[in-house]
Design a protein around this ligand. Sequence first.
Ligand SMILES: Cc1cc2nc3c(=O)[nH]c(=O)nc-3n(C[C@H](O)[C@H](O)[C@H](O)COP(=O)(O)OP(=O)(O)OC[C@H]3O[C@@H](n4cnc5c(N)ncnc54)[C@H](O)[C@@H]3O)c2cc1C
Length: 408
Amino acid sequence: MMAAGRAAECGADVLLLEKTPRLGNKLRITGKGRCNVTNVAQLSEFVMHFGGTGRFLYGALSRFFVNDLRAFLEERGVPTRVERGGRVFPVSEDARQVTAALEGYLVLNGVRVRRRHPVERVLVDGQRVMGVEACGRASDGCAVVLATGGASYPRTGSSGDGYRLAAELGHRILPIRPALVPLVAQEPWVRELQGLSLRNVEVTLLLENEPIAQQFGEILFTHFGVSGPVVLTLSKQAVDAMAKGQVSLSVNLKPALPAEEMDQRLQRKLDQHGRQQVLRILTQLLPKRMTQLMLDLAGIPADKRGNQVNAAERQSLASLLQDLRLTVEGARPIDEAIVTAGGVDTREINPRTMESKIVEGLFFCGEVIDVDADTGGYNLQAAFSTGRLAGESAAAAAQAGLRDLGSQ
Ligand SMILES: Cc1cc2nc3c(=O)[nH]c(=O)nc-3n(C[C@H](O)[C@H](O)[C@H](O)COP(=O)(O)OP(=O)(O)OC[C@H]3O[C@@H](n4cnc5c(N)ncnc54)[C@H](O)[C@@H]3O)c2cc1C
């Protein structure tokens, strides 16, 4: 929508082909329906959230960045505000407003929209774009922007078609895998904690018991394992690490305390409340739903009194509080991933224009490209910025193409 609107604003005659009956299906469900549109991080920090391919985005982001996007939305009646972690949301907390603003942009600039029109093929003459085929019908065009999204949440329409279309034209597609995806744990006890969310915990990702990444924040227990911001952020590394060996998570429920102080703190609590049952004492340190489970894991009978807990039991509990281990059995399927890792190789796209280096007149934007970031609004900003640049460049290419045709 951003690419189409921008291309039309730059003077091109634009046709937008959408596979489903409705535009912006995924956008409507972003940020739990509140749409975390972007993040106020500085550009240098912003690109770091994309990992290795972040550099590719510098051009697009520096031309249309956070304040430009916020101004774009505000001009269309969607003021935004900054929340925790620099995350930007519409003041209305309603993702539908963002979709409506983009639809308004299309109408204002005269973009023709055909819904229920899945593109089946990009038509080329040699290495130059000629148009597309949708519903068995060809539409001519000097420039095509492929904005088909990733492969996650396929019911929104983004089911990975763009990877096939690009591959057919000779583009290299880096392996598609889930990123920002919940993880499945082997330990059956996680089910007992289903729905419990813990803030301010530190989670370490381990490969063969060696730490490879760490995040601080919120974790959510589910019927199959764990989710929540910290787990989603670690998930891509977890998925990649699983190909190499045994992966586990260590949850530190008391990250502010050094390991030696944890045991002393526990000892003080047990001494202070020596006549109380240890189950009750633990409620001062943990959410009530976790207490019985932690005692079971530490092998301490729940009805033991504080002053009856021996040193070995206390140390076992202290170590569990700072190193609750979960064996990662796998990730949830890509259908449930917030973003797709992998996609069209950035080395085959010109970062200054978003044009394919293989097919003239073919442009890419958004998640179909091999870029994916942490949660926090980075993915949508990247989609908007690359969309804007692809739209501008496609308009310029279309105008040049028309001039060529005119001179033939
Ligand atoms: C549950 C969820 C929550 C999220 N929350 C956030 C968030 O708060 N902040 C954030 O930054 N990111 C978030 N994301 C990620 C973000 O939504 C995506 O990265 C972003 O939507 C990608 O934009 P896109 O335009 O590339 O693709 P999409 O938004 O997926 O749009 C692609 C469009 O192309 C259409 N299409 C596909 N194939 C064809 C075809 N063959 N022919 C015609 N049309 C086709 C699809 O129907 C769709 O309309 C979230 C994702 C999910 C799943």
